[in-house]
Ligand binder design. Structure first.
Ligand code: NAP
Length: 281
């Protein structure tokens, strides 16, 4: 990649972000398509650095950015507008610079997650879902699955955030009579057979085991982290169907890429770059 005076800038805002594979995916795609742009890390440990980064995004060289933990919700009031999908989810994972220079908040996590299920032929219609977490990613997953599944049960470290998400889901009045509930103690929760458990927190990145209900081979276990976490290892050993977050990562990245650069995203190149990188890590 050759940087010059016209090179456009996109990147990732969040903390921690050093481990992210998004740099690999986006820069491989930019290079393959010959787009004069680069994708860089923008670490943002607190609200004041986040505000500074949002101001910087307003300068001409930037096309936009992805937003990750812990800023997907608190960035919303700092942007000029939020599209309907991100408003419905209550979280922004992509900022796009508009032609008039304003910053629009969007969300590619929900669609990226659904595409990852469909690509792996994971059936979700009418199944019971248990969510670990109630942050931006969990919000996206809950909102996209809610019209299709039988129930969603949520546990979160901060119970009030799970309750808030459940309150917002109840207000949506989905046509499928979905059952929505809060779980205070995952370890004693009787997870119905054939449920889908979706892990939407950073627990597992450092080999932690998140609190979870007892699992068996009838369950599907999805971890949004893109590594073989202890939860996935244990579930695999029990014979459960498992999936990590790498397919979601690629699909949400591809959608954001198409918003910034107005070209069809080179998904195959993104897949190949990710697998090459993971072999090295
Ligand atoms: P977020 O909006 O900041 O939410 C973080 C969530 O994790 C909250 O539920 C938070 O609970 C919980 N959490 C954080 N640290 C915790 C801890 N030590 N113990 C228990 N719970 C903890 O972030 P996010 O965007 O939802 O991301 C969550 C995870 O999903 C991240 O690891 C991210 O990398 C991953 N993710 C992957 C993809 C993908 O494409 N594969 C996409 C999005 C996210 P509290 O409410 O109590 O703080």
């Amino acid at each position: 990649m050759k940087i010059n005076g016209h090179t456009k800038i996109a990147g990732l805002i969040g903390n921690p972000i050093a481990h992210s594979l998004s740099y690999t995916l986006h820069n491989a795609a930019l290079e393959a398509l010959g787009i004069d742009a680069c994708y860089l890390p923008f670490p943002s440990p607190d609200t004041s650095s986040l505000k500074n980064l949002v101001s910087m995004m307003r300068t001409p060289g930037f096309v936009g950015a992805n937003v990750t933990i812990p800023h997907k919700e608190n960035i919303i009031p700092m942007l000029d507008s939020i599209d309907r999908n991100a408003q419905r989810i209550g979280a922004v994972n992509t900022i796009t610079k508009q032609l008039d220079g304003t910053l629009l908040g969007k969300n590619s996590d929900a669609e990226g997650f659904l595409l990852s299920l469909e690509n792996a032929s994971i059936q979700y219609t009418n199944r019971n879902v248990f969510l670990i977490g109630a942050g931006g990613a969990a919000r996206a997953v809950a909102m996209i699955l809610a019209p299709h599944v039988a129930s969603i049960t949520i546990w979160n470290r901060t119970p009030a955030k799970a309750q808030k998400l459940l309150f917002e889901l109840r207000k949506k009045d989905f046509p499928n009579n979905i059952s929505l509930s809060f779980c205070a103690d995952p370890s004693s929760y009787p997870l119905p057979p054939k449920s889908i458990l979706i892990q939407c927190t950073p627990l597992g990145k450092e080999d932690e085991m998140p609190p979870h209900p007892q699992l068996d081979k009838s369950h599907t276990v999805i971890d949004l982290l893109y590594q073989y976490t202890p939860l996935l290892q244990q579930s695999h050993a029990l014979g459960a169907q498992i999936q990590d977050g790498s397919s979601m990562l690629i699909h949400q990245a591809a959608i954001s890429f198409s918003w910034w650069f107005s070209v069809p995203p080179p998904i195959e190149i993104m897949y190949r770059s990710l697998h090459k990188q993971r072999k090295i890590v």
